[in-house]
Design a protein around this ligand. Structure first.
Ligand code: C5P
Length: 231
């Protein structure tokens, strides 16, 4: 990687979703005694490739987190949607970056090798994402019955970090804002707007913590990795 290259990581964490049923948004639930989002931030800070980490959070949480980080981390107020939170993170970070990675706050076990491979692919192609084959057969359902069974070999499940040359991410966020478009991931949005989005092999350990049992599994993995600072 060229010396002068500057890499920004945006971790959108401004959702208020509490699908776990409690009062705490899932990205703030503890893993090994620290909030998930903090685990993720620390893992990126451990990586010398990363210049800056920006974390959009809910307005009401900004004061609570403001004191903690050093100068490589910045917490900012997120937006009303995930895309608006990512846009807020990009705007707060400034222009002096070459590549930007967007990572889910609830994927604490991303691999540095996959991250670096995705950055490399984004540098070459403009945009890239890690994806894994689907383990299960997928059925299209109508009226509670199978209507079709697509060929699963043409699908992947999208993971993060999704990486972009900064001008690509800026382009798709600007267009999405203009059209009031929404998206569950930035890679799909980039493809929708005509950018090539390169697939990089993902990793099944990089799962997303969405259900209570995922957190139980995550705690076990974390304990097994001996503290997990450097799994
Ligand atoms: O709610 P959902 O799972 O779709 O959110 C995906 C991610 O986007 C979460 O990490 C959430 O914190 C983040 N998000 C955000 N700003 C919003 C809504 C969601 O940063 N307004």
């Amino acid at each position: 990687m060229p010396d002068a290259e500057r890499v920004l990581v945006i971790i959108p964490a401004a959702g208020s979703g509490t699908r776990f049923g409690g009062d705490v948004p899932k990205q703030f639930l503890p893993l090994g005694g620290k909030p998930l989002v903090q685990r993720v931030v620390e893992r990126f800070l451990f990586d010398a490739v990363v210049t800056r980490v920006v974390v959009p959070v809910l307005d009401m949480l900004l004061n609570a987190v403001k004191e903690s980080p050093g100068e490589r981390v910045k917490f900012v107020v997120g937006g009303a949607t995930r895309l608006q939170s990512v846009a807020a993170g990009l705007a707060a970070a400034g222009d002096e970056f070459d590549l930007v990675a967007v990572h889910d706050a609830v994927r604490p076990f991303f691999s540095p090798d996959t991250f670096h491979a995705t950055l490399d692919a984004a540098r070459t192609h403009g945009a890239a994402f890690p994806g894994i084959p689907l383990p299960d057969t997928i059925h299209e359902i109508r009226d509670d019955a199978i209507a079709a069974t697509p060929d699963r070999s043409v699908f992947v499940a999208a993971q993060t970090p999704q990486c972009f040359r900064i001008e690509v991410l800026r382009d798709i966020l600007t267009r999405a804002a203009r059209e009031d478009a929404n998206a569950t991931d930035e890679a799909g949005l980039a493809a929708k707007y005509g950018h090539r989005v390169q697939l990089v092999p993902g990793d099944s350990m990089n799962f997303k913590i969405t259900r209570p049992e995922d957190l139980v599994m995550a705690e076990r993995i974390y304990a097994e990795w001996g503290g997990g600072e450097e799994p």
